[in-house]
Design a protein around this ligand. Structure first.
Ligand SMILES: [Zn+2]
Length: 151
């Protein structure tokens, strides 16, 4: 027997569980904007065209998909078909990420990476946790920081 009500309730619950039901980058923008941060988007004059740029803090954020950027987490799996092609492709992505981050650091910019799994996975963080983690990193001296899903 089909229970229409149950389906509607379930899909509403699913939306709540997902938390971030839009592109991860939009979630990060919204959370930080609501917390009072002001930033520029996709500044093309900087290496790698960072997703969010905080000139006041000389810091940038990249919001990275775990698959495309080979994050070592539960969201990453090697494709079963065309394995060699994918390996070459993803290794190129990684090399590009490292090059971009090195260039930014040489220019005096600090780099923070927010991983997709921190926003979408079953262990995803709340907007408040995201803001708190980024703020902690801004207040420390490390040139690089990243935010994966908690273990
Ligand atoms: Zn991940």
């Amino acid at each position: 027997m089909t229970d229409v009500h149950t389906i509607a309730v379930r899909s509403k619950n699913m939306a709540a569980i997902r938390g971030c039901d839009t592109k991860p980058e939009i979630c990060v923008r919204k959370a930080l904007h609501q917390a009072g941060f002001r930033y520029r988007l996709h500044v093309s004059t900087l290496p790698g065209r960072p997703d969010l740029v905080f000139p006041k803090y000389k810091s940038v954020i990249f919001v990275q998909g775990c698959f495309w950027h080979m994050h070592q987490c539960a969201m990453f799996h090697w494709p079963k078909t065309r394995a060699e092609w994918w390996k070459a492709k993803l290794m190129r992505n990684r090399a590009h990420d490292e090059l971009v981050q090195d260039k930014l650091r040489e220019m005096g910019w600090r780099v923070y990476v927010v991983w997709e799994c921190a926003l979408r996975g079953k262990n995803r963080l709340s907007a408040e946790q995201l803001v708190a983690s980024f703020t902690d990193w801004l207040n420390c001296d490390l040139p690089y920081g990243e935010l994966p899903a908690p273990e």
